[in-house]
Ligand binder design. Structure first.
Ligand code: AMP
Ligand code: GLY
Length: 420
């Protein structure tokens, strides 16, 4: 088997290391990949969104299976183009990737099929949105750009003035470009957040172990939202009872709804959930593996990943037993100082061996480059230091012990991952 993985972050690194456990995998390319990934796969200098070049590369190199991991190429239809050329893929077609690419679409889907989520209204006019918020007069209120916005398109507004400013930024100043032409205004929910990633072939859905992201940049959930500063799995809040409720009220209804809409979803469907006092509700869907959720979920997978991915493609997932370890896993992100706003790159990273790894943990590379056997920072999120343990405390202890020994100038990381 020759496999092409599209993407370049810690999540892709985790997918690649898991795929490599299958002895039938003889070759993995990663496009574009990064310095650390180059130790586990051959990196190819093609942008993740360059559909034409990616398909040409896959054809020229007789790729047997392609894993399209990030949201943008999925929304752009990279899977559609690959499959047209006969290259089987793991990942949804563009018409199903819309479940992440348009928040208005996903909210309307949930409303139509009775899937629990926050109450909302969609607006294309700034004045109408403001009028609605004034009438409602309940704060905080949540304003979301409809389209993809690098995880930054959600603003929680404490006052009417905040809401005015948010609407202006999105709809008038277009800080998120076209993504803010339409906005969703929704009720503010409370409760612990849980991420559940699930394998699906559109008819059958098999959830992975639950996980919990830490989105804010600083300890105690302070500061700006980021792509994620660390994760743990499983989430202690996600009980068997809650899991059963989610299967019945959220997971199955969602994949059935997508089929009914003529948009069967195959791949990894990510449920961002909030465990509210009224029960679990959907905060968001993603059409892909989460980052850094994948880094703590896949190490706990006991079943061969390629077999599962092929079954999602072939619509035979029902026949695969997906098994999980009872251990816990923790990932602490080492980020560049200043992330998610402005940061420098190019600092040498110390504490890594020649493969970019460190004893006792797995180091997933998110934004690194390698030159002459040394690793350098090359992005906002740089490394994900990941450890497994018999329970959460021991996993965290191992991960943080390694964090002390791996680093670079101006490094920033959260010291409270998994503490809550
Ligand atoms: P999203 O990109 O939709 O996942 O939103 C980013 C983050 O904003 C979520 O992880 C939540 O912490 C927060 N958020 C989004 N929608 C709501 C809501 N309706 N109520 C409370 N918090 C929310
Ligand atoms: N960690 C959140 C995401 O991948 O969207």
């Amino acid at each position: 088997m020759k496999i092409l993985v599209v993407g370049s972050g810690g999540r892709e690194h985790a997918v690649i290391r898991k795929l490599k456990e299958n002895s039938e995998v003889e070759k993995i390319w990663c496009a574009p990949g990064n310095g650390g990934i180059s130790k586990d796969a051959e990196c190819v200098d093609i942008k993740a969104t360059d559909k034409e070049k990616m398909v040409a590369f896959a054809l020229n190199n007789h790729v047997d299976f392609c894993v399209v991991t990030p949201d943008d190429p999925l929304a752009l239809g990279m899977v559609d183009d690959m499959e047209k050329e006969g290259i089987p893929c793991f990942g949804p077609f563009a018409n199903a990737a819309i479940i992440e690419a348009s928040k208005a679409f996903s909210k309307d889907l949930m409303k139509k099929y009775g899937i629990p989520t926050a109450d909302y209204q969609t607006f294309e006019d700034e004045k109408e949105a403001l009028h609605y918020i004034k009438e409602k007069n309940e704060f905080p209120i949540v304003i979301k750009a409809d389209g993809l916005a690098l995880g930054k398109g959600v603003l929680i507004c404490e006052t009417l003035d905040d809401a005015k400013a948010a609407l202006r930024e999105m709809m008038v100043d277009h800080i998120f470009g076209k993504s803010g032409n339409k906005v969703v205004v929704e009720e503010f929910m409370t409760g612990p957040e849980v991420s559940v990633l699930a394998f699906t072939d559109s008819k059958c859905i098999k959830p992975m172990v639950s996980s919990m992201d830490h989105k804010r940049v600083n300890d105690n959930d302070e500061g700006l939202n980021t792509g994620g500063m660390g994760t743990i799995a499983p989430s202690p809040y996600y009980t068997k009872e809650i899991a059963d409720t989610c299967m019945e009220k959220i997971f199955l209804p969602t994949i059935h709804a997508m089929c009914k809409e003529g948009r069967p979803f195959k791949g990894c469907l990510y449920f961002g959930l909030m465990l509210t006092p009224k029960g679990p509700r959907v905060v968001e869907y993603n059409c892909r593996f989460g980052d850094p959720e994948t880094q703590v979920v896949l190490p706990l997978l006991k079943t061969d990943l390629l077999t599962i991915m092929q079954a999602c493609h072939d619509e035979t997932l029902e026949n695969v037993d997906v098994e999980w370890s009872n251990e816990a896993c923790a990932c602490v992100i080492e980020a560049s100082g200043g992330y998610p706003v402005k940061y420098e790159k190019g600092f040498e990273i110390h504490g890594l061996d020649e493969n970019g790894q460190h004893d006792g943990v797995v180091v997933y590379h998110a934004g690194t480059k390698e030159e002459n056997g040394k690793f350098y920072t090359n992005g906002g999120r740089v490394l994900g230091i990941t450890a497994k343990g018999r329970d959460l405390s021991s996993a965290l202890e191992k991960a943080y012990a390694a964090v002390e020994q791996i680093g670079f100038e101006k490094m920033h990381y959260r010291k409270d991952i998994g503490r809550k």
